[in-house]
Design a protein around this ligand. Structure first.
Ligand SMILES: Nc1ncnc2c1ncn2[C@@H]1O[C@H](COP(=O)(O)OP(=O)(O)O)[C@@H](O)[C@H]1O
Ligand SMILES: CC(C)(COP(=O)(O)O)[C@@H](O)C(=O)NCCC(=O)O
Ligand SMILES: [Mn+2]
Length: 933
């Protein structure tokens, strides 16, 4: 199953030799349910190599090592010379399953390192000397094999060279003789199979105590993964917020082949207080004998169609259909599991395997729940965490255990489950390596990704081919009836001409044939067991990014929730459709961005399959990947594109929109400069809002592009912004979303003599949005003496501008604007860029700096719990935040509160969202100013 967790990018780095073996291992792991992997999609991900492979950029990780700089605040980078400190593989070899946790790292080189280093210097980021050893930057993968198929596990390890630190790191232990290599292992198999490991891989297994490992694994997960623990009652799953200060004591019940019950009092403080030999092995063993099932999953799946009343003796069976109400037993309560089979003259073959399986599952789960409760009672514990692969994320199992705990404790004790249920021991063994610094990581350092390995998405492409973009209506040429000021006409008219370039069809390598909107997997009604392959998606790959930080200006990180709206099932269905509808267009762009080659098309199809499968999976169970908001969904899409090696789907669109906008910027600046300060401020804000329409992520805007009307709408809204942008209707409890006057007062009246010291300006889309909207606003702040830090995405997402792209744009804009030029020079963005151009500002005072930092994201939204350390450092002296765009200011952070003044600007490009948030309409705008008291 966990095959899907292994990263295809890593696979491919594994080279040819490994690929075949990898496949085998993964198919085995996928379980019997999902069918064989197809090779075509597998090839799709295996043919080309992508240097950049995860969305949370890990540039800093390798940066310091490579540059040897001391500026980095966290010396967290993998140091090749110290690689012996970092171990790559740990095992838990149990009675039924072998669990592997392995680490992969990738050396990434940033083209931007120089700029970042200079920015860091300017921002005063120095090595705080927090750590004296490197902590991991890379990824933790979770994989399992059946213990009976140990050879497949050995092949897997060997193909990926995991015992030597992984094929992706050739320098790693290259000098080490296999004999020197020691791998941490726990579980009985660490003893039983030690010789085999030595023989086959030449490595020694260093045994770690199983209980130690279970506890440290559980403690790590509860500390480091935000949505790890959940309750499951009556089919309803709910994630539990774990308070680190109030975690201990708890009862840990690991249901593997057998069951261990451990009282945990702290880190490394625990006692195995009980156990039971009636566990997962019992269910699978008895079940196999009684039903002839060939796999655990088959057995579990059978149970979903079972009726246990044919096997179990119920209270009603004994009491002639009556309840035994005196002691609180209803007629339907099971009096005796399998009890009914004694009184009937039947053979095993007379019973339905479905009923047998269900009766067995219920018996064992209930028993485990009950014994756990008794132990909780014995030690006065209220919280019981259940792990082990017997749970298998299976609703009925969890419901049964929860019911038992709830029933017997009269609601006092709570059963909780863990998403990484079966990997506690393996994780613990991994943690037992000294000095990898993993225990130093906390929740904001870990990003969980749910890759869809190529094997999963194989198969034929279904769905109709897409229409040719060229057939789309050309730009309509009706004239508007607005009167334009001369100046405005000049730059705007120019832009309209340029605009025909913007809306022209994206050049395609070959006619579009890619894309599919549908999804192959049936959505489960709950009576079908999710295959191991899709259940594997419950557990993603953990990306370890030590350079992520909590944004220091969050008012209260504990209560901060990035997503504005909850994705309940209804909401999810809506977004499911929106994202599915948008998929063909996105695939077209993505394929075009890679030259429209056959390979790109294959990858485009694979991407569409993978993303659709994710959506389908979430439709089945919205909480499958932890608590999931719209921001996560939008990020998942970007992540999925990257998984299929689409580095930047909108690259050419972004380029031409930037060019068209830069061409008219000087005229716009001239027009702005001709206004008085008040009019200018309004024009600037209006400009930002209007230009936010250039959004390739909105279904509605993409239609406007295709119809060729987007420029018209931009022109109109630029000319005639309807204020108030969103009126406040207190009776409807509607937010006041036109705070322009308040902002103007702060800027131009109240504290004119006390300009903001430093503004963090979060930019959004490329082209007009950043060039004609945000840059002029930034320029105005600079003019007021405010330092400006432009904050942009680290990795591409839709047509958002990235931190890598911004300096080029600023350099270009600086050619025509002294204010920007001086500030960009002061911020180290351009060096002597103006040689040969008349220096009109000679003799003027040195400007406040204009800087660029990356935000640490590769998504259209932003989660302020996980931003780049660079941004966190820049926030130190900031007293104004400007958040722009629907993703960053509406989907996320509309309700976020900060420690400094915040201005949130966005155009709403989705009808439902406008209605939902403020009874508004599509293309409404918000201008929300939140000064701190
Ligand atoms: N694919 C599978 N194959 C075998 N057993 C499975 C599978 N998935 C879940 N199980 C259940 O998980 C149990 C093993 O759980 P695990 O936590 O790995 O314990 P152990 O360390 O004893 O192997 C099995 O006894 C069985 O009940
Ligand atoms: C992805 C986006 C958040 C980007 O918007 P932006 O931040 O660029 O203003 C937005 O395009 C969006 O919410 N799109 C999905 C909704 C829709 O297509 O209507
Ligand atoms: Mn955007």
């Amino acid at each position: 199953m966990a095959a899907n967790n292994s990263d295809p990018i890593q696979e491919e780095l594994g080279g040819g030799g490994g690929a075949g073996v990898k496949h085998e291992a993964e198919e085995q792991e996928q379980g019997e349910g999902e069918g064989a992997a197809s090779s075509s999609a597998a090839q799709a991900t295996a043919t080309t190599m992508l240097p950049r492979s995860s969305s949370r950029p890990q540039l800093d990780l390798s940066g310091a090592a490579i540059h040897g700089t001391l500026e980095d605040r966290n010396p967290t980078i993998l140091l090749p010379n110290q690689s012996d400190d970092i171990s790559h593989l740990a095992l838990d070899i149990g009675g039924s399953l072998i669990k592997l946790v392995y680490f992969s790292r990738h050396a990434e080189l940033s083209t931007e390192d120089k700029r970042k280093i200079s920015t860091k210097r300017r921002l005063g980021m120095f090595n705080g000397g927090r750590r004296s050893y490197p902590i991991l930057g890379g990824r933790l993968h979770f994989v399992k094999f059946e213990t009976g198929k140990l050879n497949e596990c050995l092949d897997f390890i060997s193909s990926k060279q995991l015992h030597r630190g992984g094929v992706d790191s050739p320098s790693w232990r290259s000098d080490a003789q296999p004999d020197d290599i020691v791998i941490k292992a726990t579980g009985g198999g660490a003893y039983k199979y030690a010789d085999l490991f030595k023989e086959r891989l030449g490595v020694s297994l260093e045994k770690e105590d199983e209980m130690d490992c279970l506890v440290s694994g559980a403690n790590f997960l509860l500390k480091a993964i935000r949505h790890e623990a959940f309750t499951h009652m009556d089919g309803h799953k709910e994630y539990v917020q774990i308070d680190q200060n109030d975690l201990f004591p708890f009862l840990l019940v690991n249901v593997g082949s057998g069951v261990s019950i451990i009282k945990v009092d702290g880190h490394g403080k625990f006692q195995r207080v009980s156990g039971t030999n009636v566990g997962g092995g019992t269910y699978w063993g008895l079940g196999r004998l009684m039903t002839k099932c060939k796999s655990f999953d088959e057995l579990l799946e059978l149970s979903q169609r079972g009726d246990n009343s044919t096997m179990d003796m119920l209270v009603g069976d004994i009491y002639g259909g009556l309840d035994y109400s005196k002691i609180g037993l209803s007629a339907s309560t099971i009096a005796s599991s399998f009890g009914k089979t004694i009184s009937e003259n039947k053979e095993l073959s007379d019973y339905r395997p479905e009923d047998i399986s269900l009766s067995l599952l219920r018996m064992i789960s209930y028993n485990i729940g009950q014994i756990s409760y008794l132990n909780a009672l014995r030690y006065g514990l209220k919280r019981i965490f259940f792990g082990g692969f017997f749970i298998r994320g299976h609703a009925y199992t969890m419901d049964t255990i929860s019911f038992a705990v709830h029933f017997w404790s009269k609601g006092e004790a709570k059963a909780m489950f863990l998403r990484h249920e079966g990997f506690l021991g393996a994780l613990g063994a991994f943690m037992s390596y000294e000095k990898h610094g993993l225990d130093d990581l906390s929740v904001h350092h870990l990003v969980e990704r749910f890759p869809m390995g190529a094997p999963y998405v194989g198969g034929k492409i279904h769905g109709p081919p897409l229409g040719d973009l060229n057939e789309k209506a050309r730009a309509s040429s009706h004239h508007d009836c607005y009167y334009f000021q001369i100046l405005q006409i000049s730059w705007m008219e120019k832009f309209v001409q340029k605009g025909t370039q913007i809306i022209a069809p994206v050049p395609m390598g070959v006619p579009a044939t890619t894309g599919m909107g549908g999804f192959e997997r049936p959505t489960s009604k709950g009576d079908i067991l999710r295959s191991d392959a899709s259940a594997a998606l419950n557990v993603g790959v953990l990306h370890l990014v030590p350079t992520l930080d909590v944004f220091p200006l969050l008012e209260d990180p504990k209560t901060y929730e990035p997503n504005t709206i909850d994705l309940d099932l209804d909401e999810y269905k809506y977004w499911f459709k929106i994202l599915s509808d948008h998929l063909p267009d996105l695939v077209d762009k993505a394929v075009a961005s890679e030259g429209g080659t056959e390979d790109a098309k294959r990858r485009g199809d694979a991407f569409a399959h993978a993303f659709s499968a994710h959506l389908a999976r979430l439709m089945e169970e919205p909480a499958a990947y932890g608590k999931f908001g719209l921001a996560n969904l939008l990020e998942l899409r970007e992540e999925c594109l990257r998984e299929f090696q689409f580095v930047d789907a909108y690259v050419s669109i972004k380029q031409r929109e930037n060019e068209a906008s830069l061409a008219v910027l000087p005229d716009l600046l001239m027009e702005l400069d001709s206004m008085n300060e008040e009019a200018r401020l309004l024009a600037l804000i209006e400009g930002v809002l209007a230009a936010n329409i250039f959004d390739w992520g909105s279904r509605a805007c993409v239609e406007l592009y295709h119809k060729g009307t987007i420029i018209e709408i931009y022109r109109m809204s630029r000319k005639k912004m309807q204020r108030p942008w969103r009126a406040s209707i207190p009776s409807l409890d509607i937010l006041n979303i036109d705070d322009f006057d308040m902002f103007k007062k702060r800027m131009l009246t109240d504290r004119k003599d006390q300009p903001y010291k430093r503004a963090l300006v979060f930019v959004d889309n490329s082209g007009a949005d950043v060039v004609l909207g945000m840059l002029p606003l930034a320029r105005e702040l600079l003019r007021h003496g405010t330092e400006v830090v432009l904050v942009a995405n680290s990795l591409p997402a839709l047509n958002d501008i990235t931190a890598n792209e911004l300096p080029g744009i600023i350099a270009e804009a600086s050619k025509h604007c002294g204010i920007l030029r001086k500030a960009a020079e002061a911020g180290g963005l351009i060096v002597d860029a103006m040689a040969g151009i008349q220096d009109d500002l000679k003799g003027e005072p040195v400007s406040v700096p204009l800087m660029v930092v990356e935000n640490g994201c590769g998504s259209p939204c932003i989660d302020f719990r996980q931003v780049s350390s660079e941004l966190a450092a820049a926030a130190k002296d900031a007293d104004l935040l400007i958040l722009e765009g629907m993703g960053r200011a509406l989907h996320t952070n509309l309700n976020a509160r900060f420690k400094c003044d915040a201005l949130k600007l966005a155009m709403v490009k989705n009808q439902r969202l406008a209605e939902k948030l403020f009874h508004g309409n599509i293309y409404d705008c918000i201008c929300k100013f939140e000064p701190v008291p």
